[in-house]
Design a protein around this ligand. Structure first.
Ligand code: GDG
Length: 516
């Protein structure tokens, strides 16, 4: 394919002022499916998106001013066929941090087939080790190719040869290849925010070769954990004959693909540590946390918050709470589960079905086990604002982070960072990437309902001294890895040796980790 960088920026768009240098300290061009804000009719009507990727990436621009972020702006247009048309329809907006957001418009058909189709019905389940849930449709794939090409074309229209381009996540796995096809010879980095499965799962995808070749047009590919990186390396070796070369640098495997050398690294994502700690210390949030606790009397609060997704294990968690209450009726009225579910992917039937399952189970469990003045489960189907979220982290006696599979999981780290009082117990699935670097959580296999109920029970009854000791072990790993440090490490791959992971090795873990 030869698509030149021929498209002029649309008239009337804001001038982009960027540092432009391609070393690790300059702001890269970030490319992700979604921008951190949906661009409404005017900057004042922009709405912030809730999601792990956006929350992790936004703080990096505070230390790298003048950045450019390219992604879908949340508007669906009737049509956006050509890149010229896409650019004419594109909107740009600058945030106070200095980053310019550049919207890539998508049509309704794009959203239906690229986003809801290929991304969320095919790639998401396969990458999370649920190939049986995958729906593999050639029309969805055709649209995924087309949209990835459009993203690449929008980037090409704005990138200078000296720019560094940082592409994110499973929605855009062909973008590095299309950037090369379009003549971009500068540095390209790719970060995958989901897990990467072993080759025997990944090979289920009909387009496995195109996906691997798309990503491998980057200079460096990074993952949250060594396991995901090694699964990717094994897949590239067995499915497209790439040659791994190990031991060239600490924490890095190189892949020789044709004449190219691609670095593959494992760099666990961090959070906005400062932001969460200062919110947790603010008098307003602390007062709110006290009011939340008071609303539940002297009952312990067991808190969970996640997007609606089958990977997050929400129904399994509700059933474990039911199991606990049935096995120990004396616990009735002693605690309350506050479960926040953030609406997500509503257009995908499977997600709508899951929402109905959660509604039904909450109603059934409360109906069967509630008593006058007390219900075990308090369910919120909406996003809380950030201050309210931190107030809940602070008010909770126990946080439940029990995904069946999760690339990393930021909620666990946010909970720990927010516990400036060193209180609270974290119950953590061994299938969240973050469990590889956190020591001090009550670790659990969320597929084992009995074990999950026992873990919640143990957390509720845990003596204060042990809670504090565990939280003191948890906090150093989280505080040592702010999102800005993660970004710096990602952008240093292959440009200088990677340091040791800023992580505390898990101790006494017993049993498999992230078993695949
Ligand atoms: C993907 C990967 C990976 C949750 N409830 C509320 C709320 N949230 C925010 C949290 C957190 C984010 O959503 C969720 O992040 P996660 O990491 O838990 O999950 P995904 O959205 O699936 O993220 C994941 C991540 O990318 C980063 O690489 O860790 O594995 O799946 O930041 O704070 N935010 C607000 N109200 C809520 O009620 N405001």
């Amino acid at each position: 394919m030869s698509r030149g960088r021929v498209v002029a920026a649309p008239a009337g768009e804001r001038t982009l002022v960027r540092s432009g240098a391609s070393d690790g300290a300059a702001a890269p061009i970030v490319v992700s499916n979604r921008l951190p804000y949906d661009l409404g009719a005017s900057p004042t009507s922009a709405r912030r998106n809730v999601g792990g990727l956006v929350n992790a990436l936004e703080p990096i621009f505070a230390t790298r001013p003048g950045g450019l972020w390219i992604g879908w702006d949340g508007r669906t247009l009737p049509n956006a066929r050509s890149v010229e048309q896409a650019l004419r329809q594109a909107r740009a907006m600058s945030l106070p941090s200095g980053v310019t957001l550049c919207g890539v418009p998508l049509s309704e058909r794009d959203i239906a087939r690229y986003y809801n189709g290929l991304c969320n019905r095919a790639l998401w389940p396969v990458l999370h080790d649920f190939p049986g849930r995958g729906v593999f449709d050639g029309d969805d794939w055709e649209r995924y190719v087309r949209v990835n090409r459009r993203f690449a074309d929008v980037v090409l229209a704005r990138a200078k040869p000296s720019d560094r381009i940082w592409v994110h996540d499973y929605q855009l796995m062909l973008v590095p290849r299309f950037l090369r096809d379009g003549g971009f010879a500068g540095r390209i980095d790719f970060f995958l925010h989901t897990p990467f499965p072993p080759p025997e799962i990944f090979r289920v995808l009909p387009w496995r070769r195109e996906i691997l070749e798309g990503v491998l047009a980057s200079d460096a590919v990074a993952f949250h954990t060594p396991r995901y990186r090694d699964n990717f390396v094994d897949s590239a070796e067995t499915l497209i004959g790439a040659a791994p070369s190990r031991g060239v640098a600490p924490d890095r495997v190189d892949l020789i693909v044709g004449t190219a050398r691609v670095h593959a690294a494992a760099i666990p994502i961090g959070i906005d540590v400062e932001g969460f700690q200062s919110l947790a210390r603010s008098p307003a949030v602390q007062a709110r946390a006290r009011r939340i606790r008071a609303a539940h009397g002297d009952r312990s609060i067991v808190f969970g918050a996640e997007r609606l997704d089958y990977t997050k294990g929400i129904v399994e968690r509700l059933l474990a709470v039911e199991r606990l209450l049935r096995a120990h009726p004396s616990l009735s009225e002693s605690f309350a589960v506050v479960q926040v579910v953030v609406p997500s992917r509503h257009a995908v039937e499977e997600y709508r079905r899951m929402k109905r399952d959660i509604d039904r189970e909450v109603g059934r469990i409360n109906g069967e086990l509630g008593v006058d003045g007390w219900e075990p489960i308090h369910y919120r189907y909406r996003a809380l604002d950030r201050g309210e979220l931190v107030a809940h982290y602070l008010a909770a006696s126990v946080a439940l982070v029990t995904p069946l599979r999760d690339g990393m999981n930021l909620v666990a780290s946010e909970f720990v960072a927010s516990r400036v009082d060193e209180g609270g117990v974290l119950v953590l699935s061994e299938f969240a990437g973050v469990s590889d670097i956190l020591d001090g959580a009550v670790r659990v296999n969320p597929n084992d309902s009995q074990a999950l109920a026992a873990a919640i029970h143990a957390a509720l009854l845990m003596p204060v001294r042990e809670r504090t000791a565990r939280m003191r072990r948890l906090r150093p790993a989280v505080l040592a890895n702010p999102a800005t440090a993660w970004a710096a490490r990602c952008l240093a791959v292959g440009t200088r040796p990677l340091g040791r992971l800023a992580a505390v090795p898990a101790r006494g873990a017993g049993g498999p980790r992230n078993a695949t």
